[in-house]
Design a protein around this ligand. Sequence first.
Ligand code: IMP
Ligand code: MG
Length: 182
Amino acid sequence: MSENMRDDIERVFFTEEEIAEKVNALGAQISADYAGKNPLFVGVLKGCFMFMADLMRAVTIPCALDFMAVSSYKGRSSTGEVSIQKDLSQNIEGRHIIMIEDILDSGVTLNYLLKYLNMRNPASITIATLMDKPTGRKVDLQAKYSCFEVPNEFVVGYGLDYNGTYRNLPYIGVLKPEIYKD
Ligand code: IMP
Ligand code: MG
């Protein structure tokens, strides 16, 4: 790992400007679609934090937020088992829920969360993801909102990590091959 994380990036996939443009457009779209519905944004920690902060600032309607934390990943691969580390802190019965994810890959994590939250009778649940890796999908799940489609490569930055690092990069890219050790 270099002292300047940016030296570990092999290629930038999406620049700060490209991300801002997509996220602002999504905020406007959600504001139109959910007018009068006071939606609850549910962020899936930790990867969602930067996307969620920017997205919610682009939303102009009244809304609320909450977070969940789950674990299923180690290094670059999913363990396939989802466990809930932090649950919601409020009742969601009758609420319109928008799940906020950094990246939808196998879909295992969100599929599990959707089933879990549906048992609490929300009015609706949709998914808003920053990125979608459709080729990685293992379950039948689609995001209603997605900013970018990405190929089956492991990306970091703008909230996404590799073994805990690189979340604070302001753009999204792939690391040099020598950095990936698993
Ligand atoms: P899945 O859809 O259950 O496979 O898992 C999605 C979660 O895996 C995301 O929320 C990320 O935390 C993590 N993840 C999947 N692909 C990547 C990637 O390319 N970079 C960083 N994290 C990833
Ligand atoms: Mg995540």
